[in-house]
Design a protein. Structure first.
Length: 167
């Protein structure tokens, strides 16, 4: 089911339908940013902080990079799907009210491997936000099992789109 349009949600006074994602940038310390996803809007809070707002059903990827005086201390990548208030969501720091976590990667090597997969999807001319949520879950499971990551193909994407279009 496609996500409702922004015009439908603008008329609602209840903003609980929307997922808010905190983004931060402090030079040489922390970078919390979106790798992909199409926010309905982005609000700038101050020089360092922004909030991206997503409609229900939107898929997005947030990357967290953090360093101290001695170098990088953490890498984290999460692919998430914004939900409605009726969906079961996972509580994720910086994501309100929460989201469905499709993929979670920790550590530089693992994050770089997932970024390579995202770049390969981009190279196919497919928006990573339009990729099947099942692919992101499969990638997460393969990471957990320490198996080679499977590639997303145009055939797989066509099958996903055909399955979504059928009643």
């Amino acid at each position: 089911m496609p996500p409702p349009s922004l015009a439908v949600l603008v008329g609602q006074t209840d903003a609980a339908q929307l997922t808010r994602v905190s983004l931060t940038y402090v030079e040489q310390r922390i970078k919390l940013y979106l790798r992909f996803g199409e926010p309905a809007r982005i609000t700038r809070l101050d020089h360092w902080r922004r909030v991206a707002v997503f409609l229900p059903g939107a898929v997005f990827c947030r990357i967290r990079w953090q360093a101290n005086d001695y170098g990088t201390i953490s890498w984290q990548l999460m692919v998430m799907q914004a939900c409605t208030p009726l969906d079961a969501v996972q509580r994720i720091p910086g994501v309100l009210p929460g989201a469905l976590l499709l993929l979670h990667a920790e550590g530089e090597l693992v994050v770089r491997a997932v970024l390579a997969q995202i770049d390969a999807i981009d190279a196919l001319g497919i928006s990573p936000a339009a990729v099947s949520p099942a692919y992101w879950r499969t990638l997460c499971n393969r990471l957990a099992a320490r198996l080679p990551l499977s590639a997303y193909t145009t055939e797989r994407h066509a099958a996903w789109l055909a399955g979504r279009a059928s009643p």
